[in-house]
Write a protein that binds this ligand. Structure first.
Ligand code: HEM
Ligand SMILES: N[C@@H](CC(=O)c1ccccc1NC=O)C(=O)O
Length: 277
């Protein structure tokens, strides 16, 4: 019998007394101490981890979107493209994750749904921040956070900044001038599609060679919205599969509310212009 391989002979560090290890760097004690099912249901752990991992990916999406928005406001916009491409991949990651959650049947879910009380993804402040960042701005969505002043402050601050789409329109304006109704709009308000914006994007799409950077930016935004729409669609389909047409724990009509959200257009003119090309 040969002795099992000892990785130390290959140089593996085996002693971490006083040295930073993997778990220290990643704060695993904190991370892995945050799963506290409220019931005995086997599937509650899946439910918790599914949401926690989603929130971690959303944290990264916010990091990337914030940096992309800043880059689009500066002299060199190119780094933003890489970040926006990454956010689309993050959404793809979130889209694939539904496959794991779909293994939970309605019977499994009803064993612990009561334990969730009135909590719901509707109250995810990171999800709301992503929507605000992208440009889907509805101040009513601040209300579930009134009891958390620091979160309300964070979301309110987000509403005061131009959205990703607002800064994209700022960039567009440099090549194809836009009216003041677009450039000086009240950024906290929901964005409304404007003919002048569609016309300006059409100029870009009719001559990509001349406006290559804006063309690339527009396509990155469309790609991002495409993945985001798929997330919404996967969500509503999973919800119908698991709770049918029951009202949501967050108090909305459930599937009816989520279907309504499928109609949201983040970057409306970028979709509308295609008909006229
Ligand atoms: C079995 C799984 C799930 C069910 C049954 C479900 C159900 C619902 C329902 C009914 C709503 C509408 C609000 C309400 O009245 O509660 C909602 C909203 C929401 N859920 Fe889920 N959900 C599930 C999984 C997830 C997952 C994995 C996430 C990922 C973070 C998530 C995030 C959200 C978000 C962000 C909203 C707000 C959407 C918006 O306002 O547009 N949900 N969910
Ligand atoms: N709204 C869901 C509950 C739910 O899915 C949920 C509950 C607590 C934390 C996150 C959740 N996920 C998405 O809404 C329901 O009505 O069953």
């Amino acid at each position: 019998m040969t002795d099992p391989f000892d990785p130390a002979t290959d140089g593996a560090q085996m002693s971490f007394d006083g040295r930073m290890s993997y778990g220290d760097y990643l704060r695993l004690t904190t991370l892995l101490d945050a799963q506290h099912p409220l019931s005995d249901a086997h599937d509650e752990m899946l439910f918790i981890i599914q949401h926690q991992t989603s929130e971690l990916w959303m944290r990264l999406a916010i990091h990337e979107l914030t940096a992309a928005r800043a880059a689009l406001q500066g002299p060199d916009r190119r780094p933003a493209f890489k970040m926006l491409a990454r956010v689309a991949r993050i959404f793809e990651q979130l889209n694939s994750a539904w496959d794991v959650l779909r293994t939970m049947t309605p019977s499994d879910y009803t064993t612990f749904r009561m334990a969730l009380g009135q909590s719901s993804g509707f109250q995810s402040h990171q999800y709301r921040q992503i929507e605000f960042l992208l440009g889907n701005r509805n101040p009513a969505m601040l209300r579930p956070h009134a009891h958390r002043p620091e979160i309300t402050a964070l979301l309110t601050a987000e509403l005061a900044r131009p959205s990703l789409y607002d800064v994209a329109l700022g960039a567009l304006n440099e090549a194809v001038p836009l009216p003041d109704s677009v450039l000086a709009r009240e950024v906290a308000r929901p964005y409304e599609a404007q003919e002048a914006v569609a016309t300006a994007w059409t100029v870009v799409y009719r001559d990509p060679q001349t406006h290559w950077e804006l063309y690339e930016l527009a396509e990155k935004l469309v790609d991002l919205e495409d993945y985001f729409r798929r997330w919404r669609f996967n969500h509503v389909t999973t919800v119908e599969r698991v709770i049918g047409f029951k009202r949501g724990t967050g108090g909305t009509g459930g599937v009816s509310y989520l279907k309504r959200m499928l109609e949201v257009e983040l970057f409306p003119e970028l979709w509308h212009l295609r008909t006229d090309l």
